[in-house]
Design a protein around this ligand. Sequence first.
Ligand code: GLY
Length: 384
Amino acid sequence: MTAPLRPGDPTIVNVALGERAYDLVIGRGVIASLGARARALRPGAKAAIVTDDIVARLHLEAAEAGLAAGRVASSRVVIGAGEGAKSYAGLERICEALIAARLERGDLVVALGGGVVGDLAGFAAAIVRRGLDYIQVPTTLLAQVDSAVGGKTAINSSQGKNLIGAFHQPRLVLADTAMLDTLPMRQFRAGYAEVVKYALLGDAGFFAWLDANVKDVFAGIGAGGGGGAAREHAIATSCRMKAAIVARDERESGERALLNLGHTFGHALEAAAGFSDRLLHGEAVAIGIALAADFSVRRGVLAPETAARAIGHLGRAGLPVRIEEVAGDWPDADALLDLMAQDKKVKRGKLNLILLRDIGHAYMAPDVDPAPLRAFLVEKLKPQ
Ligand code: GLY
């Protein structure tokens, strides 16, 4: 287990991107250091906090107090919560608010929230005044282990998720693990799908650890808080893996694509569900990982019992692993294939799927033939 230097010290992971390198600071209560860290990065800068109405009620005061403690003047932009905000209209609103707040080059945007706020505020930071610096303060498990790290920013197109965006690395990621105490269990679970993704794609030892410690990772969620070392270890290990992959392949020309394990199936399901609460992103990823594992078995590259181990773990964590577990109608296999083809993991019309050879060993299968994939989906859409 990766321990901080002293109990109570945050864990610090560096994303080694040369002059754009930055730290991920992970630990309980680190929000109090937001202002001191912002000031050290950009002395004299002011900040605009972008957040949503739900996160604002829970954490805005702490973020503002953290900034004030470091003598950083701040303003706030509060948007409505939900994936619907990742739209042209949502982006326009934030850009106009940042300009109205008189943010200049050298000032800081602080994205305080989950994946939606992070993607949206990060994209606004990428384009307002041709680029402002920003700090990610992720408040969900999913954002702490995935979306706040690595500089992908985006809004959705009516034709698919995250199709309009930019790579724009934050200057700092401050992941306060105590903020997860207030996260609803369903949201924490959805984020946990991304944690399992890291283990499956590249670290069999981490998977074994998760299998043995899943209860401790979930400790305190939905029960008044107090999650401890296991939660922090799961987050820090995931962040370390993501930081290393992003440092080696920032623009996803190769290895970074492995982070899309479960996402091509998952994004198609999310799109089919209308990007609604019917299916959260992490739930779609869990089903997507299960489908990728089953399809890997179908292609003869993964042992069935290994797929069962991976899928069994997701199921034991309370995540859905079959399409039929999500209530309501689904489009047919052709429509799902169409949605998969619209995803960004497509190169010149050929579908690239991330598949599994073993626990801890994902690989990119390029040019996947649509015919067997269609037959597979037809089967998966039938009640099992
Ligand atoms: N969420 C996948 C990536 O950042 O590449």
